[in-house]
Design a protein around this ligand. Structure first.
Ligand code: NOJ
Length: 466
């Protein structure tokens, strides 16, 4: 363990950066439809924003310049996701060779720059053809994903040593997808997520977890020699009012639903009892067979990807699904980032909990970063002053490395994100990059936080494990 190279990276996702939404035989994805047809960003941002161009990262001339910036920063890995409908325009069946060639070239270009590719198979953009067939709610989705993952293994597997099957199940299935559904069906408040939606999405999550386990099994059976894991959005839950029993109970149930559901499934092969009970109360059709649990138990991931932004203060609220209000409360006095209170101490606690409760698996921080408002994005000559983001990154890396010193098997850190990009339903107004992007000209300008991260990487880490 002591000799394993620590990975310093940055993370991104296809729909947020690639653009080129109709190039080279690509099929349409659910997100192409949401943004172009349903104008899904409008109720949230007041503008119709799409990923049609995004930050132009599909373009080789552009991405070679971006790779040059990665080298300047000192990255030794880069996490990105594949657009499924570039590879399989209809989700299954016909292969788009131009899409395969594009990703093969990108992998080679990264490797030639000394940067290890960390490839996410699914970061929320589903081929439209499969979305039309019910998406992840359809039990056939497990087979669709296995088929796609096999193509990826055969075409990219020989050069890629780390795959991540799924990104952030909870956020996509229990927040973003229900919001999009509310927008499509014309419900005024996209955030008005219901118990019925939770009950249904639980079935979709079960399919993700089964698909993940099956694909891990398939990769191992095919002799894949690299590592394969999952990236979870982990949020320690804190009762908003620690003296109120309702808040304490909702925070505990919130922890089971947001964190332990996936962690227990992946690393213990079972679902928390309180999750089963509370979800079955919402949807009696939600059942899990012994055979399914055996599949989960037999295919433990090689590593856990931790996406950490903030803890969640939980208030009991009978109007929210399962009574859990985890998004609207923040009693912390320090200014919050877009994704919540800035509390690096909770990152350390979270990592130590994973060490203690899940048998110390190898961990990569696969996302950590900060969005702040316009006051924190001051363009100053040829740089951008973003002291809060620089400070956020410094403090979180420090907390993570302390956890590593206390025996957590932490093997890497990836910042979200290298570039400002398309923040889903929040569009282009929410900047997370350590490099500023002018979305009209595509000009890139490193921010002060880029320099801060460069210094952190240059300093390096002590060998772990003693
Ligand atoms: C997590 C998601 O994986 C990513 O796509 C998103 O942009 C960041 N969080 C920031 O909110």
């Amino acid at each position: 363990m002591g000799s394993t190279k620590f990975l310093w990276g940055a993370a991104s996702a296809a729909y947020q950066v690639e653009g080129a939404w109709q190039a080279d035989g690509k099929g349409l994805s659910n997100w192409d439809i949401y943004t172009n047809v349903y104008r899904a960003t409008e109720p949230v941002t007041g503008k119709q924003e799409t990923g049609n161009i995004a930050i132009n990262a599909y373009d080789r001339e552009q991405y070679l310049q971006d790779i040059a910036l990665m080298r300047q920063l000192g990255l030794n890995c880069y996490r990105f996701s594949l657009c499924w409908s570039r590879l399989l325009p209809d989700g299954v069946g016909r292969v788009n060779e131009a899409g395969v060639a594009h990703y093969q070239q990108f992998v080679v270009d990264l490797l030639e720059a000394g940067i290890e590719p960390v490839v996410t198979l699914y970061h929320w953009d589903l081929p439209r053809a499969l979305d039309d067939r019910g998406g992840w709610y359809n039990p056939e989705s497990v087979a669709w994903f296995r088929h796609y993952a096999s193509l990826v293994r055969e075409t990219l597997g020989p050069k890629v040593t780390k795959f991540i099957t799924f990104n952030e199940p909870f956020i996509d299935l229990f927040l973003i997808e229900p919001m999009v559904e509310n927008i499509k069906t014309g419900i005024g408040d996209p955030f008005a997520i219901t118990d019925a939606q939770y009950g249904r999405q639980a079935v979709a999550l079960h399919h993700w977890l089964l698909a993940n386990a099956q694909v891990i099994g398939d990769y191992r059976a095919a002799g894949y020699r690299g590592e394969i894991g999952v990236a979870l959005p982990l949020m320690p839950t804190i009762p908003e009012n620690p003296g109120k029993s309702d808040d304490i109970l909702s925070a505990a149930l919130g922890d089971a639903v947001i964190n332990r559901w996936c962690l227990d499934a992946l690393f213990k092969g079972r679902y928390p009892v309180e999750v089963m009970n509370s979800i079955q109360a919402l949807n009696p059709e939600f059942t899990v067979t012994e055979a399914d649990l055996a599949v989960l138990a037999a295919n433990r991931p090689d590593f856990l990807g931790v996406n950490f932004y903030a803890p969640a203060y939980v208030r009991h609220d009978p109007l929210k699904p399962l009574g859990i209000n985890w998004m609207e409360t923040n009693p912390d006095p320090a200014p919050a980032a877009f994704n919540g209170p800035v509390r690096p101490d909770y990152l350390r606690r979270l990592l130590e909990r994973i060490r203690d409760d899940y048998d110390n698996p190898p961990v990569y921080i696969t996302e950590n970063g900060a969005g702040f408002g316009p006051v924190d994005e001051v363009i100053d000559g040829d740089t951008v002053n973003d002291p809060r983001r620089a400070n956020y990154i410094r403090r979180h890396v420090e907390a993570a490395l302390k956890a590593r010193e206390s025996g957590v098997d932490l093997r890497g850190y990836m910042v979200w994100s290298l570039f400002d990009n398309f923040e889903w339903l929040q569009g282009y107004g929410r900047r997370f990059g350590i490099v500023h992007v002018d979305f009209d000209s595509q000009k890139r300008t490193p921010k002060r936080s880029f320099e801060a991260y460069r210094e952190i990487i240059a300093r390096g880490v002590e060998p772990a494990g003693g």
